[in-house]
Design a protein around this ligand. Structure first.
Ligand code: 13P
Ligand code: SF4
Length: 308
């Protein structure tokens, strides 16, 4: 069976849209209607008139699409495609934490569950985090969760003192600073660009720090330069497709793996076969408890409003 043809046929027949993140395998990115970062994907999900949203990403992303589109069918090719960062913030513990600091505004990074979003005042992504934090009056104390690395980056950039939740992403914490320094010695002309989920010592080496879309835009604007790219290696597909002559090297991981880069095994759980199956069977679907959905919608809408 020609999976590409079959997926395209089903997509038309069922009025479905395929939204994919830059960390998906190349074949999925190539067949998607839209490939983007978390903010772009949320914006697309909010405005789509498709009946079915096939979310080629991880669970919290598909869940955000469902929160925005309760009447639509949202499917995720593999329901086990989770996120270590989202998992690092259990709702009960977070509820107890926020209760201890009732005067704090709660800003949560979109990489968290619907239950955590329901406990938040406003959501952000890596592309609008600085803007969202700066939108809060200076005298108002802030809780930022769940990513301590992104939180620390915002503190360093804005000078705002925030209470940080101690969560992190296994993929971005897998970069080796020693190997990165060695690599940069070997390729001194390459500029380091990094995602803010990376640890401070990695970010300190970077010429540019931003979301996946931000990193792609930066490379596009400096296509005659060379780069070491510190984020999940799936991003190289789009960068290289758009800028085939730009030299790109993935930042090295601590572990000696075969690709010498850092990959998100959650993102890579989705395959073309699973994408086809979920479109055909309209399963597995994402469901969110209505009370939680209503409460989680508000902070997402606030973010979308501030990001226009
Ligand atoms: P972006 O919003 O920058 O695409 O990040 C999503 C993500 O999960 C990074 O690990
Ligand atoms: Fe979560 Fe990290 Fe994978 Fe992004 S790269 S989905 S933050 S585990």
């Amino acid at each position: 069976m020609d999976l590409v043809k079959e997926i395209q046929r089903l997509k038309k027949e069922k009025n479905a849209v395929i939204l994919a993140h830059y960390y998906q395998v190349p074949e999925i990115q190539d067949i998607a209607d839209y490939v983007g970062d978390s903010l772009g994907l949320s914006q697309k999900a909010a405005e789509t008139d498709a009946d079915i949203i096939v979310f080629a990403g991880v669970h919290f992303m598909a869940e955000t699409a469902k929160i925005l589109n309760p009447s639509k069918t949202v499917v995720l090719p593999d329901l086990n495609a989770g996120c270590s960062l989202a998992d690092s913030c259990p709702p009960e513990d977070f509820a107890a934490f926020t209760k201890k600091h009732p005067d704090h505004v709660v800003i949560t990074y979109v990489n968290c569950s619907a239950e955590i979003k329901a406990l938040s005042d406003i959501v952000c992504t890596s592309s609008n985090a600085l803007k969202i934090v700066q939108s809060i009056p200076k005298e108002t104390p802030i809780i930022f969760a769940p990513d301590r690395n992104l939180g620390q980056y915002i503190i360093n950039e804005t000078g705002r003192d925030m209470l940080l939740w101690d969560g992190s992403c296994i993929v971005h914490e897998a970069f080796s600073i020693d190997k990165l320094i060695e690599l940069h010695k070997k390729y001194p002309e390459h500029k380091i660009i990094a995602h803010p989920e990376s640890e401070t010592h990695i970010l300190d080496t970077a010429t540019y720090i931003g979301s996946t879309s931000g990193m792609i835009n930066f490379v596009r604007e400096h296509a005659n330069e060379k780069f070491i790219v510190a984020t999940e290696a799936g991003i190289l597909h789009k960068m290289q497709e758009e800028m085939p002559d730009t030299e790109l090297i993935p930042a090295p991981a601590k572990e000696d793996n075969t690709c010498a880069c850092s990959e998100c095994h959650f993102m890579k759980m989705n395959t073309m076969q699973k994408l086809y199956d979920c479109l055909l069977n309209e399963s597995p679907q994402i469901d969110v408890d209505e009370k939680i959905r209503e409460r989680a919608l508000l902070p997402i809408e606030r973010m979308l409003e501030l990001s226009k």
